[in-house]
Ligand binder design. Structure first.
Ligand SMILES: Nc1ncnc2c1ncn2[C@@H]1O[C@H](COP(=O)(O)OP(=O)(O)O)[C@@H](O)[C@H]1O
Ligand SMILES: [Mg+2]
Length: 406
């Protein structure tokens, strides 16, 4: 379908409006110092709970146990890693290095990403930093600088296949031989499955096995891929890590956190408003945080259910344009199934006669095809590890919007 000129200008106008609105929000956040983060990590004051998980991860780190951290997207895995690492920020005996490999396309990118983070971690003026710089010189690095942040980025020379395969092991062995305890957190680790080199897992596993002072936290949001890497008996990483499954934050604890954050800024929030937020966002951390931050921006002293309803409406309105784009990207059958899942919120048996006939979805085989496609596109997820697993729309706001509109 070709968009008309009117539609295009409307889209440009709308996006400009969204950008301006976000800038105003960000500016407002600074001014009001909004206590609800929906991006990044900003220290324990802004972080709700995760006490047990933090302690558990800290214990594993002390013991040098490798960790595989599983959970759906936007629940707080990356936040938890930063929170755990934050505990060691004044501890000179443990070096914690966080690496996000989502943008990497192959083994060389992966190696360069690790090299860059290691290089940037250690201050160049200190003895160890100089040593690291000297080691990297052996790989004839090209150093470029991020235009926005000015942070250096390393690109090591890896021309031959052997160089590509050996460099990561050489860097890790060198660091390990320095008798400092290092923890690497590799985020979005499932990305290695998309590399053209099919031996990355075994290369890594082999070099990790030889290390004595280095441990790893592997983290990823794509449950299927993460399971494939860590829980398949045929693959190199099988049984090499302790699995941690990150769950939703307890409702009562989250409510207390929200209440206390509003109270600390001399704002009230009514119990029914709190209940609504937790229910409407399904306690999915990002969505709960985002909702609370929007509510906070409205700057009411007394936050009631009516104000929460208004906020919910505004959030959906702000995202509506994107939701309509999804409709164009899915087939009619996929879209119908997505709407049906949204309406029910949780679907336990999507191929059951009852669900199919109630929602006019055709044959069980057709539903299965759409279900697989929606899972693949991460429009829905399958919540397992509980008595009765179910399917749910991934984006909680999209789910609310679909429930209202279709
Ligand atoms: N325990 C927490 N308390 C408050 N906010 C959190 C917490 N965990 C995560 N967040 C917020 O939710 C957002 C999504 O979390 P993130 O760690 O990026 O999820 P994931 O890595 O699982 O996709 C974060 O940017 C952060 O602002
Ligand atoms: Mg993350």
């Amino acid at each position: 379908m070709v968009a008309s000129e009117n539609e295009i200008s409307y889209n440009i106008l709308y996006h400009t409006f969204c950008i301006i609105q976000n800038v105003v929000y960000i500016w407002g956040m600074k001014k009001l110092s909004n206590p609800f983060l929906s991006a990044g990590y900003n220290g324990p004051d802004y972080f709700c709970d995760r006490i047990e998980e933090t302690q558990q991860m800290a214990n594993f780190i002390q013991n040098g146990t490798h960790i595989a951290l599983f959970a759906v997207r936007r629940i707080g895995k990356t936040g938890l890693i930063h929170h755990v690492f934050n505990q060691y920020k004044d501890n000179s005996d443990i070096v914690c290095i966080y690496i996000d490999i989502l943008s990497t396309q192959n083994l060389a990118d992966f190696t360069n990403q690790i090299a860059t983070e290691v290089y940037n971690y250690f201050p160049k003026k200190k003895h160890f930093g100089r040593k690291i710089t000297d080691i990297f010189q052996l790989f004839r690095p090209v150093i470029s600088f991020d235009e926005l942040t000015g942070t250096p980025s390393l690109s090591l020379t890896m021309e031959t296949k052997a160089q590509k395969e050996n460099t990561i092991g050489q860097i890790l062995s060198f660091l390990d031989s320095q008798n400092i305890k290092i923890v690497f957190a590799i985020d979005e680790f499932q990305q290695v499955l998309s590399y053209p080199e099919k031996n990355v897992e075994s290369l890594l596993r082999t070099s990790i096995q030889t290390l004595k002072n280095t441990s790893f936290i592997f983290c990823g949001s794509n449950q299927k891929m993460m399971n494939e890497i860590f829980n398949s008996a045929k693959r190199p990483f099988f049984a090499s890590c302790t699995n941690i499954n990150l769950d939703f934050i307890d409702a009562e604890i989250y409510k207390q956190f929200i209440l206390q954050k509003f109270a600390s800024c001399k704002k009230e929030i009514t119990p029914d408003c709190l209940d609504f937020i937790c229910d409407w966002t399904g306690l999915h951390t990002f969505y709960t945080q985002y909702f609370c931050s929007q509510l906070f921006f409205k700057n009411h002293t007394h936050n009631t259910l009516a104000i929460a309803h208004e906020t919910a409406h505004e959030i959906l309105k702000l995202n509506e344009n994107v939701y309509f784009q999804y409709k164009n990207l899915l087939t009619q059958a996929q879209w119908n199934l997505l709407c049906a899942i949204a309406k029910e919120e949780k679907v336990f048996q999507p191929q059951s006669k009852n669900f199919i006939s109630k929602n006019n979805l055709g044959t069980p085989a057709a539903v299965k095809r759409s279900l697989d496609a929606l899972l693949e596109k991460e429009m829905i997820y399958y919540q397992t590890g509980i008595d009765e697993p179910f399917y749910q729309v991934y984006d909680k706001f999209l789910m609310r919007w679909l429930k209202i509109k279709f």
